[in-house]
Design a protein. Structure first.
Length: 318
């Protein structure tokens, strides 16, 4: 579900995505340099340029899909939601919860540039590893998610895409149970592994993306993007260390363990958000995060060429 607009007092110079150079890894190298500069920028006590109107664009998800491609809670199906080059012969399916919608603008731009059809198959609060008794984000029973995942697997089987990329957050348990209201790493690994095993026969291959940094209060940092609203003149408070607090070890550990067990490659997407040691919340006048668990549409469009470098390394090129 697309995040609501944020009333930021100072944000977002909305630019076009960088042109993708034919030079190997040129875009990812350029982004690495930019992120290093963003960390330095955040250490300087200098307010962001106020621009409330542009701040309204601090949300996530594509703007060029039907509202039916973002099904409400009660709906357990959706039409075939096409992005990228809609006439291409090669297909990538993005499948999962709202994080699939978050990744969609980057994959849309990548698909257009590299001649891939991208299918967005998502339902909010419904990751591929939700299991048989999922909970909605408000911790109420969510049987519609079970129905959606059944529909999604049938859709992927029919399409038999070249690649399927499952994405999503950790499953929710009842409040006060498990590890922060969810499974521990070992249990979550089993859930992810089961979901990946179900997907493997349905596509040419399965790829995993690393989980993005999580700016939740339990990470020990001010949540994004409220930090840059409250600390706009001292953004150093909004730079996190690239450590286990920010890079959720339960989620990323389970993704790594499950993928390795099944021989599935993982795209190291953390470098789209962090330097080797630190993760900023803003780069130039671009806000990176829409909320603690999703990055912005503007950032998605901006990093599309760098994502292309990472995908090309996995054999997904023109």
């Amino acid at each position: 579900m697309a995040a609501g607009a944020l009333a930021l007092g100072a944000v977002l110079a909305v630019g076009t995505p960088r042109a993708h150079s034919a030079t190997s890894n040129a875009a990812i190298k350029a982004l690495a340099t930019e992120l290093e500069a963003a960390v330095l920028q955040s250490s300087v006590v200098q307010p962001l340029t106020p621009n409330p109107a542009l701040g309204l664009q601090a949300n996530y998800g594509p703007t060029n899909m039907s509202w039916k491609c973002n099904p409400v809670r009660s709906v357990s199906t959706e039409p075939l939601c096409k992005l990228g080059n809609v006439t291409a012969q090669r297909t990538v399916v993005l499948y999962g919860d709202s994080q699939t919608n978050m990744w969609a603008p980057a994959f849309d731009a990548w698909g257009k540039a590299n001649n891939w059809l991208v299918i967005d198959l998502h339902k909010s609060s419904c990751p591929p590893w939700a299991g048989t008794k999922p909970l909605y984000f408000d911790y109420t029973p969510y049987p519609e998610c079970v129905k959606f995942n059944t529909f999604a697997l049938a859709t992927i089987k029919t399409l038999h895409p070249n690649v399927v990329i499952p994405t999503g957050l950790r499953t929710l348990w009842a409040r006060g149970t498990g590890e922060f209201n969810g499974p521990d790493r070992a249990t979550f690994t089993k859930q992810v592994k089961a979901a990946l095993a179900a997907l493997k026969p349905l596509a040419g291959r399965v790829l995993m993306l690393q989980q993005i940094p999580h700016w939740k209060s339990t990470a020990g940092y001010p949540p994004a993007p409220s930090c840059i609203m409250s600390q706009s003149s001292n953004l150093s408070a909004c730079v996190g260390l690239k450590d286990s607090n920010l890079l959720d070890p339960t989620v990323n550990g389970a993704f790594t363990d499950a993928a390795k067990a099944l021989g599935i490659k993982q795209v190291l997407t953390t470098q789209l958000f962090c330097t080797s040691t630190k993760c900023p919340q803003v780069s130039g006048n671009r806000v990176i995060y829409a909320d603690p668990w999703h990055y912005t549409r503007v950032w998605a469009q901006h990093i599309a060429p760098a994502l292309g470098d990472l995908l090309a390394a996995q054999g997904l090129s023109k």
